[in-house]
Design a protein around this ligand. Sequence first.
Ligand code: ZN
Ligand code: ZN
Length: 819
Amino acid sequence: MGTGRNYALDKNFDPAAEEPKWREYWREHDIYHFDPLDKSRKTYSIDTPPPYPSGDFHVGNALNWCYIDFVARYKRMKGFNVHFPQGWDCHGLPTEVRVEQTFKIRKNDLPPEQFVEMCRKLTGEYIAKMKQSMNLLGISSDWALEYKTMDPSYYKLTQLSFIELFKSGHLYRGEHPVNWCPRDETAIAEAEVVYQERKGTLHYMRFGHANEHIEIASTRPELLSACVGIAVHPKDEKYKLVVGKTIAVPIFGQQARVISDDEVDPRYGTGAVMICTFGDKTDVRWQAKYHLPVIKALTENGRLSVDDPRFKGLKAEEARRKIVAELQASGLLTKTEPITQNIGTCWRCQTPVEIIARPQWFMKTRDLTQKVVEWAGKLDWIPSFSKQRLIDWAESLDWDWVVSRQRIFATPIPVWYCTKCESTIIPNEESLPVDPRKDKSPGEECPRCGNRELRGETDVLDTWMDSSITAAVHAGWPNKSELFNRLFPADLQPNGLDIVRTWDYYLLVRSLALFGRPPYKTLLINGMVKGTDGRMMHKSYGNYVVADEAIKKVGADALRQWAAAGGSTGYDIPFRWNELEHGKKFLTKLWNVTRFVLANTTEPLRLKKPSTLSLIDRWLLASLQELIQKVSEAFETFQFNTALEAIRNFTWHALADDYLEAVKHRLQTGRELSDLTATQYCLREAVLTICKLLAPICPHISEAVYQQFPSEATKSVHLESWPEHEKALDDTSIRNGRFLLDLIAHARREKSSKGLSLGSNIKRIIVSTEAEHLHLLKENEETILRTLKADYMDLERLPLNSNQVGESSAGFVVEIIAK
Ligand SMILES: [Zn+2]
Ligand SMILES: [Zn+2]
């Protein structure tokens, strides 16, 4: 790395000029490179989240990536060979929907290849944008390890994992009801259903005939055509006599059997509810439990599928209006009332989710629930409460994970079917990747029945099937070499609280099925970011800030400080511009302190520790040791706010306010050389140590300052070793130095309260204190006199139990006598 690069510090700190320079320096020197051959250092592997390439990198993303980068940089300095890849989770609905919106088309308007190509192109553009934002933020990922889930080299591994799970019996195909988005025309997983409060209408409808009828209230009269049963509570006296009978459904006329079940809430509506296939999850349970018939209510695009020309093909809402009008006209609608409902909607397009049964692929996730819960309990969770999120989620799942999707831009499901016996035919692993939508089947004929007509699967995989093997893919799977064992399980799994139930869950469940062990060791969970208005940051709220905008205003290091200081790890944090300004102010302070130190440094090389040091010097060095200890502990436990606050406090107060003020006089010309070297030594030690401790959080300024102090082997501060603190802290120096500095600070306040400027000379300072401190003050008389510009100091011993000491918690009383 050489010593040549020594930039002088400009008079004013300007992140816009400074930061790009250092990013270029890091890039040139390739300093974040993971070396797979280097076994002398322990590896530290990070399963970085692969974001959806949406083009947006907002301050919420910045928070997530800052946490990752703090750890990566810290671990590198701690001597680890850090594996910090960055990938992109390309497939799935978001991009398809964007393509549909951008080009005003629907997925089926074009041949699939053409549609996929448009998605790939758009994805590429978004990736470029987000990559630029990550770089602006100073994220130290190793771009040599970049991957995209849409690349054949990646999705062939998704397909391989599918085949392995199919062979081991963890996957099956079946016709079970699943959550369905009628707008996107695809199955979606339970994790993709978002519950929203919406207003609806409860319709009271009369079922049956004039002589025998019951009233049923429902918000979804459009499902009448698929009503296959009626449920009442077993203890509901009103309905005792009708249980077991069949009753005619209005308008459509089919007979529905009345069953009694404990799950019915007798207080809802009339206490009798209709069972439709399928209105909700309860309908799914009852249909199976009571062996009721299945009438398909809706088509895959959310239209009524009933064979009745009045309603067939109508969208659910239109059908509802028309059926309600019909009921009203026939006198079968007895009343309506408004109701607030909690409706499941598609996470992507907010369309109310339907439940539709058609053949799908499932992973047997429920079988793994107990293992998931067991392992979740054994892993390290930061913060620990996030663990419960995963456990509660896993235990709440009552359906298996539907892994097939009826979309286009995704990993093809690598199977063919025999058109005669419906056997599933899988390709050889060597032939992956495959696309059964266009590729020829692996064999000529069905191995079971010899039929020569084979049909390729047209469904594709849930995008979480791609991203739930990242940890293994980073480690080089399916090659289970020595490197695999070094990188898997990942040491760190860092992500937002919002994807614990998706990404963390799917990774865990898949890894347990594929490898019999979890894919990660420690989960570092970040909270969400609240906008300046106090609400969660969201595009539609207008409180959304993109990272680039913040960086442009205050610089990356200031934004990174906000991420570190905004709150405890795992908790939601507010976005506040003044917090970013505060960060920038701190950097300016550090910049100015450095400039002062440089201006008072006679020769550029680093100095050796002088053999004798004054109390104030020993105090600074001991406090620095204490700081190292505090910051190291904070990084070890991922408490970035604690680390940053300690560094900022030390720089601002201990170094700039206390030490610098107390030693300024020593730097003046004509002073003793030993004093000068001691001061210079201590100042450099402080500045260089601050740089190292601050490097994970503020990489740019740390580098800029560090490079001002060249030595024989100057390299990037990010390649330096993390400072180690001495085992035993010099508590005596910390205590005595503090006493001395407090006394000086107090005397300065006294001076100004007497209307004297800090620079003015005074005649005398009288200090009264307890006997134990007298010696200490005598020894440091020169420092006291010079700092306060006093001619004499008188020391007085305070009597024990003196009132005066009682008044001063600091243990001294100071009097200033002006000239
Ligand atoms: Zn949708
Ligand atoms: Zn066959």
